[in-house]
Write a protein that binds this ligand. Structure first.
Ligand code: PXP
Length: 257
């Protein structure tokens, strides 16, 4: 029986709300503990260079106090490398970072930055941190990840989600983006890379991604924190889990005993 599709809950935007007023509430650690109880398989947090949401203290608290695997999203900078080596999270996902962007706009150009990325992948790997590269679903990026020795890639689902919202689920643009993700995930598996996906996923956009058999983990944040305003974080996470599990089960089809 294949392992269930894992859900990594990204808690960055709990910190965004806290930071809107300074102070301590709402606490990302409390959200992480609640996410674990609601069925998350991992916690993801992005320590940005400008510390706009997650702080150094949050990473320290999460590293110390959660039982679930922590996935630290980080830019390939010496500062972030030192922080990762200090806290030794289960995984580190290297993401591109621009100071002025609202969110991570596209995948890492691993193919163009092979030389500068190699040191980060090597040092994190030597510290037994599972390295993942956040890339667009393009053959040359997946090949670069393989050549760099990263064991995991996370496919950026932002373009698919944007097409879905702008043009609808059946539109040519949406289906083309979905197909790109499907082939990317299949190619990742052929290359021996573990394949994750995330960015912009919602209850509506997640089923086709959860149905891609080569994807083993989804990382979802902003939508869950937004939904938590209406239904509570526990309920939002449980519903996301149920939607993902249903889509994956339907994709696998009926199984014989
Ligand atoms: N995966 C990666 C690598 C990300 O950078 C982000 C955003 O921080 C996510 C997943 C989650 O995206 P969202 O918050 O849109 O669900």
């Amino acid at each position: 029986m294949p392992e269930r599709l894992r859900l990594g809950v990204n808690i960055d935007h709990v910190a965004t709300i806290r930071n809107a007023r300074g102070g301590l509430h709402p606490d990302p650690l409390r959200a992480a503990l609640l996410a674990a109880a609601a069925g998350a398989d991992g916690i993801t947090a992005h320590l940005r260079e400008d510390r706009r949401h997650i702080s150094d203290d949050d990473i320290a608290a999460l590293s110390e106090k959660i039982a679930l695997p922590l996935n630290l999203e980080m830019a390939a900078t010496d500062e972030m490398l030192q922080i990762a080596l200090r806290h030794r999270p289960h995984a580190a996902c290297i993401v591109p970072e621009k100071r002025n962007e609202v969110t991570t706009e596209g995948g890492l150009d691993a193919a163009a930055q092979m030389n500068s990325l190699r040191r980060f992948v090597d040092e994190l790997g030597m510290a037994e941190i599972r390295v993942s590269l956040f890339v667009d679903a393009e053959g040359r990026q997946l090949e670069a990840a393989k050549r760099l020795g990263a064991p995991v890639v996370e496919l950026h689902t932002g373009a698919y989600c944007e097409a879905w919202i702008e043009h609808g689920p059946e539109a040519e643009q949406t289906l083309a983006e979905l197909e790109r993700l499907r082939s990317g995930a299949a190619m990742a598996e052929e290359l021996g890379l573990e394949c994750h996906a995330g960015h912009g996923l919602t209850f509506d956009t997640v089923p086709p991604i959860a149905a891609i058999p080569n994807v083993v983990e989804l990382n979802i944040g902003h939508y869950l924190v937004g939904e938590a305003i209406f239904s509570g974080l526990d309920s939002a996470i449980k519903r996301m889990r149920a939607v993902m599990d249903k889509a994956r089960a339907e994709a696998l089809g009926p199984r014989t005993a």
